[in-house]
Structure formats: C-alpha cells, structure tokens
Design a protein around this ligand. Structure first.
Ligand SMILES: Nc1ncnc2c1ncn2[C@@H]1O[C@H](COP(=O)(O)OP(=O)(O)OP(=O)(O)O)[C@@H](O)[C@H]1O
Ligand SMILES: [Mg+2]
Length: 355
C-alpha cells in the first residue's frame, strides 16, 4: 500500500506530449478516478503509472519509492483492463494463479491465495471453468481476483466496466468498491462515465487535453465545479452566457448580469469584468408562481413540462431568451406550458466562471 505522487510529469508518443506538466497526489488506500472525454490522455497516464510508457520529464513515486524509471514488472502493480485480458486456454484458477507462479510462490500458498480471492469476488465455485464459459461480469471478476492475488502496491483499472451491460456494470462496480475498501489498496480507475466516477471514487481528477482541470471529491466536482468544462462533464448543468460589470474576487458572491437582469452567484476563481458563464444545476433552480420577482428571481415562461412521477423536468425560457432545464420533486406547484413563472437562483449554488 502506498501513496502515489506524480510531479510535473510529461509523457507522449510523438513530438508533442499527451500528458503535460501533470502533478497529483493520490492518498494511500484511496480510490482515485481519472475522468475525461475520449483522447484526453487517461489511458496514457495510467499506463505510465504502470510502467508501460517511459516518462519524459517529472517524477513518479509509490510511497517513498521512486519508480519513475523502474521497469513495469518491478513496480508491483495489479492491472485490470476493459477487455479482461484473461488467458483463454487457462482455467479460472490458473488465470488467478498466474502472477503467483511467476513469483515462484509455493504451491500450497498459491492454492490458498487463489481460493481466497475467488471467494472474495464470488467465484469460489468456478475455479475449473475456462473464461469462454463465463459471463462478462464473471470474467471481469476473475481479472480483478488475478490483479489482487499478487497483493500489489497499487491497483490500476482501465475502463473495467465498459464492456458490461448496465445492470452488470452496477454489480461489478459494487464488488470493486467493496473489495477496494476492504483491502485498502490504493487504486486508480479510468473511466469516461461520470456516474461511475461519482459513485465509486474518494476523489476524481477531471482531465482536459492532458492536464488536470479539477481534482476533488465527487461532491466538489458536482456541487463546486470550477469551470464550465467541469460543470458540463460531471452531471447536467445549465451553462449560459452572462457578464460581470466589475472584477470578482475568488470565493466571493459576484454581481452578474443575465439578459440585463441582476443576479448574484458564487465565483470560485477570480474573474475579470466582461463576459462570463453562469452555471446552475437543474435541481437547484426553484420555480414559483408568477408575481413580483424578489432578489435572485427572474421571470420566465414554461416551454415544456415532463412529469416523470418522482420528479418533473421543465424547459423554461427567461425573458431575454435563454432556455434552462429545471428539475423538481416538489409537486405542490406544477406550472403548465405557456404559463409565466418565477425562477429563483440560489446565490450560493449558482456559479459564475470564465466564459
Ligand atoms: N500508441 C500510441 N501512439 C501514438 N499516439 C497515441 C498512442 N496511444 C494513444 N495515443 C494518442 O494519445 C492521446 C491520448 O490517448 P489515450 O489513449 O491516453 O486517451 P484516453 O483518454 O484513454 O481515451 P479513451 O477514453 O478513448 O480510451 C490521443 O490523442 C491518442 O490518439
Ligand atoms: Mg483509454
């Protein structure tokens, strides 16, 4: 078990680095998720931590150990891949035993360890099966048992759930989360699925074109996005163009103008005067019957209403043109399509960030 420290790392394939000046500390025993769109460099960073891609610049440490230039097989890393990467001609037992045999562990210990990890992933009865006779979820559990059986220092997983259907994905996700916590192994998970990231992670690093856009707890990323990119990638967000009459200090309530109307919103970073982006989560917006607007309330017209039982989703148009999504589970007031209403922006929950 160890903390992973990445400092000022640069990695690439051609002339331009894919990962640029990347620094991050992953706490010992935590599950850290690298989240981001296709091509942003998640797999590249994970494979660099594993030792499959040489580091150009910067440092990589597991605990006190500098592993920057250590060959992959000496790093003591367990890997789980999207496509399971099981040996098709070996039984479940032999797949899980593979890394132990390579380490010349004695047969009795191998027998015991493989049995223990197959039990842990719920496959105690499948030891003599071949991978072809398993479901996708079972194959990924074998891959997980194989990665953990060698008792690695860190566990690295590249999109381990993306080949599974929706229901299995949730089951295997719970197996991974439970085992990771039970064993307390420092784990780095790669995904482009924001729900998976929110559900599983202690912390999430959102990657944008090889750089760390924002790193924090799931709550930090969802409730306190520091950019329009982060708000847009994690959860649903209304992002509308607004303006600031004066510069705003970091972590201050800023006076924002939206279609000429005044609003207050929290600025997580310092901002210059001029164009900015206003961010509001659909469930943080509050609709009420038409009347005289109070502070942080704007007039709007209901354009669409979808009643979904537990909640209702509206498309509302502000006077001035912006259309916002509003979600509510409060069914006391259900304004109808075409009606005017008031829309309240909670100043602490609404963000203003660089455009
Ligand atoms: N072996 C390679 N040789 C050259 N370029 C590569 C190689 N592997 C990846 N790249 C490039 O590096 C960039 C980052 O790729 P990477 O595989 O790390 O992205 P990713 O975030 O894992 O994407 P995805 O979600 O699609 O898996 C991409 O532009 C990709 O084309
Ligand atoms: Mg990838």
């Amino acid at each position: 078990m160890a903390q992973i420290s990445i400092s000022q790392l640069s990695v690439g394939y051609g002339a331009d680095p894919v990962i640029r000046d990347f620094s991050l500390t992953i706490e010992d025993g935590s599950l850290y998720t690298l989240l981001g769109p296709s091509g942003c460099g998640k797999t590249t960073l994970l494979r660099t931590i594993a030792g499959f891609i040489p580091v150009r610049q910067g440092k990589l440490r597991f605990g006190e150990r500098d592993v920057t230039h250590l060959p992959a097989h000496l790093r003591d890393v367990g890997m789980v891949f999207q496509d399971y990467a099981l040996f098709p001609d070996k039984t479940v037992f032999d797949n899980v035993a593979y890394g132990l045999r390579a380490r010349k562990i004695d047969a009795a210990t191998i027998q015991r360890t493989v049995g223990e990890y197959l039990e842990r992933v719920g496959l105690g009865a499948y030891a003599s099966r071949l991978p072809a006779a398993l479901s996708g979820g079972q194959r990924q559990r074998v891959a997980l048992a194989r990665a953990l059986a060698i008792k690695p220092t860190v566990l690295l997983m590249d999109e381990p759930l993306s080949n599974l259907d929706a229901k299995l994905r949730v089951q295997v996700r719970e197996t991974i989360s439970d085992l990771q916590k039970e064993i307390g192994i420092t784990t780095v998970l790669v995904t482009h699925d924001q729900e998976e990231a929110l559900a599983m992670s202690d912390r999430i690093g959102l990657i944008r074109e090889g750089r760390l856009e924002q790193s924090g707890t799931p709550q930090d990323l969802y409730a306190r996005p520091r950019s329009a990119y982060a708000a847009d990638f994690v959860g649903a967000a209304n992002i509308v163009e607004a303006s600031l009459a004066a510069p705003a200090a970091a972590d201050s309530l800023a006076d924002v103008r939206l279609h000429g109307m005044a609003l207050q919103a929290l600025a997580p970073e310092a901002l210059p005067a001029g164009t900015a982006a206003l961010i509001a989560r659909p469930e943080m917006l509050l609709l009420s019957p038409d009347g005289a607007p109070a502070s942080n309330q704007l007039r709007c017209t209901i354009r669409r209403r979808q009643y979904l039982g537990a909640r209702t989703i509206y498309a509302v148009e502000l006077d001035g043109g912006a259309v916002l999504r509003v979600e509510t589970d409060d069914h006391q007031v259900l304004p109808a399509v075409g009606e005017h209403a008031l829309l309240r922006f909670d100043a602490q929950q609404t963000r203003v960030v660089a455009a």
